[in-house]
Design a protein around this ligand. Structure first.
Ligand code: XBP
Ligand code: MG
Length: 247
């Protein structure tokens, strides 16, 4: 029985990667006098590395003008990432990023039906707060009482840690939860925690393979719309999925 819906944030709630984080990374590079820029093609490749800090380190490792591995590189990474997050929350607060189609509708349906909602994300809690306040107003925590972010789960998706913590805080077994994700890393994290998962492909994952998803679609409003009733039907098949089978 479905008791909780666990939402990924980046790419699932809104197209935050293309229009938020990527732009903010570039603004941070510029502010620090770095010539590095992440265009769409490079960012699509870099997105396979979950976590902004990990992504920066991965990119720096192949740049001849980056500081050598060690304390200096780590310090620059933290400086860039801190600035990126300030630019990101500014972008979200000032211009607002719209929710992806059907997100607000499904959230409202879950609220009305008493389905608990949580967030399991790789990004930091401050970024979630900025985005959710812009989408649902200052009382957004009443809708999403459980938020598991980078500060809670040090090991990023595809590791299941964020999902395991979310389930624990929700007090709901994995079999009674359903996850919504946009990326292969996210799907893998949910499944490894034993949570059935539907996928709404985001811009960067239109061609990705999503093996083991309960369903894969462009967005929640794509016909036939993914209503809570339809999600429950789709979930019943996938919720019986056995994580030990390796299917
Ligand atoms: C999101 C991420 C994050 C964001 C940037 O993955 O991988 O790293 O790109 O956020 P998911 P931070 O949607 O699977 O949670 O810079 O705060 O990490
Ligand atoms: Mg995502």
């Amino acid at each position: 029985m479905l008791k909780a819906l666990i939402w990924d944030v980046d790419g699932t709630i809104a197209e935050t990667e293309r229009d938020g984080h990527r732009i903010a990374f570039n603004l941070a590079f510029e502010a620090l006098g770095l010539a590095w820029r992440w265009d769409l093609a490079l960012y699509a490749e870099l997105l396979h590395v979950a976590g902004g800090q990990e992504r920066l380190l991965h990119d720096m490792a192949r740049r001849p003008d980056a500081p050598p591995a060690g304390a200096e590189r780590q310090a620059l990474m933290l400086e860039v990432h801190g600035r990126k997050n300030r630019f990101y929350t500014d972008i979200v607060a000032r211009s607002g990023l719209p929710a992806r189609p059907g997100v607000k509708r499904l959230v409202a349906e879950c609220q009305a039906a008493g389905v608990k909602m949580a967030v399991a994300t790789t990004t930091s809690r401050g970024n979630v707060a900025a985005l959710f306040a812009s989408l649902w107003g200052e009382h957004w925590r009443d809708i999403f009482p459980v938020v598991v972010g980078a500060e809670d789960a040090a090991v990023k998706k595809p590791d299941p840690l964020a999902y395991r913590i979310a389930l624990q805080r929700l007090g709901v077994p994995a079999a009674d939860a359903f996850a919504l994700e946009d990326s292969p890393n996210g799907l893998q994290a949910a499944r490894a925690a034993g949570v059935a998962c539907g996928v709404t492909r985001s811009e960067f994952f239109v061609d990705a393979v999503f093996e083991g998803a309960a369903w894969v679609r462009g967005d929640l409003d794509e016909a036939p719309a993914m209503t809570l009733a339809r999600l429950l039907q789709s979930g019943s098949g996938s919720i019986s999925w056995n994580p030990m089978s390796g299917a």
